[in-house]
Design a binder for this molecule. Structure first.
Ligand SMILES: [Zn+2]
Length: 271
């Protein structure tokens, strides 16, 4: 009788081990990305002239999916920020200004208008962006949340002063992680807004109920959190206060797919 019991317990133990081992091996199988075997040119945004760059990038980033290798090289991430830069001359709601794309010295966004509500004095934005922001801030207010635009369109001179002050304070290398060089700031587009809740400094915006509201709702008004946490793509540290207007459809897609604007741009907009 006792022997029978021991045998039963032993059998249950062995079966348990088999289940654990099987479960682990399944997980390992699942962890292998399905598109590892997909070649770079299966993507419509593949650029044949970049083939060597894709191959080299894969060597240094063997764990990335093929799609991400193609996108990241197209973005320019296989060479340093502020290298092989391109000039952007035309205003567009979906224009890309980042560490590889700068606007010309005399660039002024289309339809630049004053914001008189939900903002510090003297702020300007592109009109479509402004209207979306006012609607968002108004709806937030009805629900008991305070949103205020504290920095919007910036002129080249303003950005120059800002960047030079940061550089004096923290040195060029550190300043580059959180402040754009003149010409490379998204604030030049008139489509970017830094937001606070009027009570705490914008650097603490992440710790406000307004931030949580923005995470849940900003996309419904066409805004995205432009510099997400731990991104290796944007070239900027996490900026919970900085939002970019991209329009309803694109904001929804970016939110649903949890990607950066760079990835969206190079998957759908870059020619
Ligand atoms: Zn900003």
């Amino acid at each position: 009788m006792r022997k029978g019991m021991f045998l039963l317990i032993f059998l249950i133990f062995v079966m348990g081990l088999i289940v654990i081992v099987k479960d682990k091996s399944n997980k390992t199988l699942k962890a292998i990305p399905m598109d590892k075997s997909v070649s770079f040119n299966d993507y419509k945004f593949y650029k044949p002239e970049y083939q060597t760059r894709y191959d080299n990038y894969k060597l240094t980033n063997p764990n990335l999916l093929s799609k991400d290798i193609v996108l990241r090289v197209n973005i320019g991430l296989d060479h340093g920020f502020y290298t092989e830069t391109e000039e952007v001359t035309k205003f567009d709601i979906l224009m890309l200004v980042n560490k590889y794309h700068y606007v010309t010295n005399n660039f002024i966004p289309d339809n630049l208008v004053d914001i008189s509500e939900y903002s510090k004095p003297g702020m300007k934005l592109n009109e479509e962006c402004k209207n979306a922001f006012i609607k968002m801030a108004h709806d937030a207010e009805i629900e008991g949340y305070t949103l205020r635009a504290i920095s919007t369109y910036r002129t080249l001179e303003y950005q120059e002063n800002l960047y030079n002050n940061y550089m004096k304070k923290d040195g060029k290398e550190k300043a580059d992680t959180y402040s754009a060089r003149p010409g490379y700031s998204e604030h030049h587009t008139g489509l970017a807004i830094d937001i606070d809740n009027k009570k705490l400094s914008y650097t603490n915006f992440e710790n406000t109920k307004e931030f949580n509201w923005m995470i849940d709702n900003a996309y419904k008004y066409g805004f995205i959190l432009r510099y997400p946490k731990d991104s290796t793509i944007t070239g900027y540290i996490y900026e919970p206060w900085h939002y970019r207007y991209v329009g309803l459809e694109v904001a929804k897609y970016i939110k649903e797919h949890n990607i950066t604007f760079e990835e969206y741009y190079y998957e759908f907009l870059n020619k």
